[in-house]
Design a protein around this ligand. Structure first.
Ligand SMILES: [Zn+2]
Length: 210
């Protein structure tokens, strides 16, 4: 009797142990950042194919998948620095039509009039009304994060650095991001900065090989 009680207690506690999970964060793969968009990143659409492979892999391995989006009000002060882009509910703010994000959690960011919101960690679930990205990842027991998307020298960099500062083991998917390169070499400098912050650089092929 005593033995069987002990045994069931052990099984119960075993059951409660949560395995740390991984998350894929796809940053701002929106029409305005792709060729033809209001703030196009050169070859920005080339991130879609490797990111779709990553999304499939992540779903097969029970990762958490997050897609962030710039979701600006039309009167944002951000547009004093940049051409207007990714205005809420406009075609430019939609995700690239080939991005296979439909099972992912959407994080909306930069919704304040005065907000740059480069980092996905500035955003929230449920059209910006829900929990922060950090809360969402914690709630899902995530300890390790993989980041790709647009653009390397702005939102990808800000997201990856925020991630590492918040204690997540962080990887940058170097073949699945592209830079604005407003000044020549910005993308390369951003990658070096991320590396010096302790972010690990990987290709999607390396992740898919396991
Ligand atoms: Zn923006």
């Amino acid at each position: 009797m005593t033995f069987s009680n002990d045994r069931s207690r052990i099984e119960e506690s075993d059951h409660q142990v949560q395995q740390p999970r991984k998350a894929l964060i796809v940053v701002d793969v929106q029409n305005d950042f792709c060729p033809g968009g209001a703030l196009a990143v050169g070859k920005g659409d080339e991130v879609v194919a490797p990111l779709n492979k990553m999304i499939t892999y992540a779903e097969e391995h029970d990762w958490v998948v997050v897609v962030s989006r710039d979701w600006h009000p039309s009167n944002s002060k951000h547009f004093q620095k940049w051409p207007p882009h990714c205005i809420q509910n406009t075609p430019g703010a939609r995700f690239h039509h080939q991005l296979d994000y439909h099972g992912a959690e959407v994080i909306s960011k930069a919704m304040g009039d005065n907000e740059d919101g480069y980092s996905a960690f500035d955003g929230f679930t449920r059209d910006g009304q829900g929990m922060s990205l950090e809360e969402f990842l914690s709630e899902n027991d995530v300890s390790e994060v993989y980041v790709g998307g647009l653009a390397t020298d702005y939102c990808v960099k800000a997201t990856a650095i925020d991630s590492v500062y918040r204690g997540f083991r962080t990887h940058l998917l170097i073949d699945a991001c592209r830079a604005v390169d407003a000044k020549d070499g910005d993308g390369e400098r951003a990658i070096n900065e991320m590396k010096s912050e302790g972010i690990d650089l990987m290709t999607t092929e390396e992740v898919l090989r396991g």
